[in-house]
Design a protein around this ligand. Structure first.
Ligand SMILES: Nc1ncnc2c1ncn2[C@@H]1O[C@H](COP(=O)(O)OP(=O)(O)OP(=O)(O)O)[C@@H](O)[C@H]1O
Ligand SMILES: [Mg+2]
Length: 328
């Protein structure tokens, strides 16, 4: 945790087509993750969180811009070979079954990764596979089981063991617990946090669960329609946030301490979004839903600017409230 080396830096844009006008799935963002820390990515459905996670592991190529992981550049024109990229960063998906080969037992899946990445010598695979299972608290008897024989939480543990097996220091977690039964979500997150401390992992944690993000993240990025609207250390952003969008998201978190979100009336974050990332009107993208919108908000797109040290937001109203001259 002591290292301040910047491990992941993303400055990229990704546009999706699918036969329709391009969707600005992730645009003009510049984010950083430090070694051993957790960067939480939050925002409504469709705001581009998974696109960011997929950009990190090379499942999407950025339309423009660069991504640097531990000094290795990925981008639209250059990228390391798939095996090298896999050793830099792994992604754990929401649906654990999608990342496990249905024809391989848990042990075979782990052995495959260990062999492909040449991480163990001859005869060492079983021992290492069992060690990995122990790390994710799966008893030895699960080694012989196939994905369809596992419950969701067990399958996610196996998927996590597979990600950890590669020994990459950066792991993207795309809503790793949200598809699981409520009763096992906390167990999985407890495991994830515990292994970070033991292995010194850096996480990019994508989630719509703000309470969970608050709990485990050091830094947070709030996204809206493919853009970063706020970023900074987790607590100041969620506790003393100025932009109405983040405040609306935070107000939807069920917390016992009402002081944190008390008085927030904007329920726009919980209402169904009709905004589109493919057809953006001029001005602030959130302006049609914002209860505090002013004239400037419908004319000029807000730039992401620092309102306090390390705390940036893209909101003209928030900038003015913070005594900063709003930049279009
Ligand atoms: N392959 C694709 N082709 C076309 N559009 C896409 C594609 N993948 C994603 N999109 C669009 O890009 C935008 C961002 O999608 P993304 O999956 O990153 O959002 P998300 O924040 O992860 O949403 P959720 O919380 O529902 O998982 C959405 O408008 C989505 O419809
Ligand atoms: Mg997603």
């Amino acid at each position: 945790m002591a290292s301040t080396k910047r491990r992941v830096a993303v400055k990229a844009s990704a546009r999706m087509y699918g036969g329709q006008p391009p969707v600005r799935a992730f645009e003009r963002a510049c984010i950083r993750l430090e070694t051993g820390r957790t960067l939480g990515i939050v925002g409504e459905s469709g705001c581009g969180k998974s696109t960011l996670a997929r950009l990190l592991v090379g499942l999407e190529a950025p339309t423009s811009g660069t991504i640097a992981i531990a000094g290795v550049m990925l981008g639209s024109r250059r990228s390391p070979p798939p095996l090298e990229l896999a050793r830099l960063v792994q992604l754990v998906f929401q649906d654990p079954y999608s990342s496990l080969n249905p024809r391989l037992s848990v042990e075979q899946a782990l052995t495959e990764v260990l062999k492909v990445h040449r991480l163990v010598g001859r005869g060492g695979c079983r021992g290492r596979a069992l060690e990995l299972l122990e790390m994710v608290a799966l008893p030895e008897r699960f080694a012989a089981r196939y994905p369809h024989e596992l419950f969701g939480g067990q399958a996610q543990r196996a998927a996590f063991a597979r990600a950890v097996a590669v020994q990459s220091k950066v792991i993207g977690l795309d809503e790793p617990a949200s598809a699981l039964a409520v009763s096992v979500r906390a167990e999985i997150m407890y495991l994830v946090v515990g292994l970070q401390a033991v292995l010194g992992l850096s996480y990019v944690f994508v989630s719509q669960d703000l309470a969970m993000v608050m709990h485990i993240s050091d830094q947070i990025v709030v996204m809206y329609l493919g853009r970063v609207v706020e970023q900074g250390p987790c607590l100041p952003v969620l506790d003393q946030s100025l932009p109405p969008y983040t405040r609306a998201l935070a107000s939807a978190v069920p917390v016992a301490d009402t002081a944190m979100t008390g008085g927030l009336q904007d329920s726009a974050a919980s209402s169904r979004s009709t905004a589109s990332a493919s057809v953006l009107a001029p001005g602030c993208p959130y302006q049609p839903r914002c209860s505090l919108a002013e004239e400037i908000c419908s004319n000029e797109h807000p730039a992401l600017q620092y309102l306090r040290p390390e705390h940036a937001a893209a909101c003209q109203v928030a900038a003015r409230q913070a005594g900063v001259t709003p930049e279009p």
